[in-house]
Design a binder for this molecule. Structure first.
Ligand code: MF3
Ligand code: CO
Ligand code: CO
Length: 249
């Protein structure tokens, strides 16, 4: 069942979304060589709590932190630890806030210093895929229009598109129906978007394989061939005229 949010609920999701967005934007000045991922996570925890919200990931199915920080070949769900950020890394930070019971979920991949052209393009194109997908969002449109727009960017660039990692509905829990895959698929074809649905759209691509390994910590997910991966995510509201990005300005 895909939930439809009313105006009061949407207003809470706007607040939750703005907090997570502001946090990710402020991390641009925080993510520098030498800082550990745990220090970044502490900054995120303090930031969210100072805005009268709760970190959405903390204790979610036992997850131990307020962010997922995934470096280079790690795709998603990196648990913050004593790893130091270094020059040439790409660092994806995924975070969310709960405000009065309503969730946001958003991710951004930061380039630290200089990276090679291919890696830079991967980050740029993954971000582009997010906005291509979002541009299709509108009441009455099939969800597969969104999935297929994202997948097209991945396919045209020859990137690995992870079939086992998808976007999702979001609202009173972090993960709700429907799944939002990052490529065209039959399941999404039959889902027609309605005004008031809220979706976490989140392209993830690699420079190589679409196959992943789960780390022994049972959270971290890495590419099987060690290739670089990027991830961008927004929480998006479906409207009659199109969409509103809830994790935006
Ligand atoms: N935010 C992730 C997603 O985009 C899920 C993180 S689950 C957690 O769907 F437990 F690791 F936080
Ligand atoms: Co997320
Ligand atoms: Co998500």
């Amino acid at each position: 069942m895909i939930s439809i949010k009313n105006e009061q609920e949407i207003e809470k999701m706007r607040v939750a979304g703005k907090i997570a967005y502001d946090l990710l934007m402020s991390l641009k000045d925080i993510i520098k060589p030498g800082i550990t991922t745990k220090e970044i996570d502490k900054y995120a925890y303090d930031f969210i709590v100072s805005r009268d919200a709760t970190p959405a990931f903390l204790d979610y199915e036992g997850y131990p932190a307020s962010t997922c920080i995934s470096i280079n070949d790690m795709v998603v769900h990196g648990i913050p630890d004593n790893t130091k950020i270094k020059e040439g890394d790409i660092v994806s930070v995924d975070t969310g806030a709960i405000y009065k019971g309503y969730y946001s979920d958003t991710a951004y991949t930061y380039i630290v210093g200089k990276v090679d052209k291919k890696t830079e393009a991967l980050v740029e194109n993954t971000r582009k895929a997010l906005y291509e997908g979002i541009s299709k969002v509108k009441a009455g449109v099939s969800l597969n229009e969104v999935c297929s727009a994202i997948g097209k960017v991945g396919r045209e660039n020859g990137y690995g598109i992870f079939e086992v990692l998808t976007g999702h509905g979001v609202g009173t829990t972090l993960h709700e129906d429907p799944y939002v895959p990052n490529l065209s698929n039959h399941e999404s074809e039959g889902i027609i978007l309605k005004s008031g649905m809220t979706l976490a759209i989140e392209p993830m691509f690699s420079l190589g394989t679409k196959e992943v390994w789960l780390l022994p910590d049972e959270w971290g997910i890495i590419t099987q061939d060690g290739s670089m991966a990027a991830h961008f995510e927004h929480t998006v509201l479906v409207t009659d005229d199109g969409y509103e990005i809830l994790t935006g300005e």
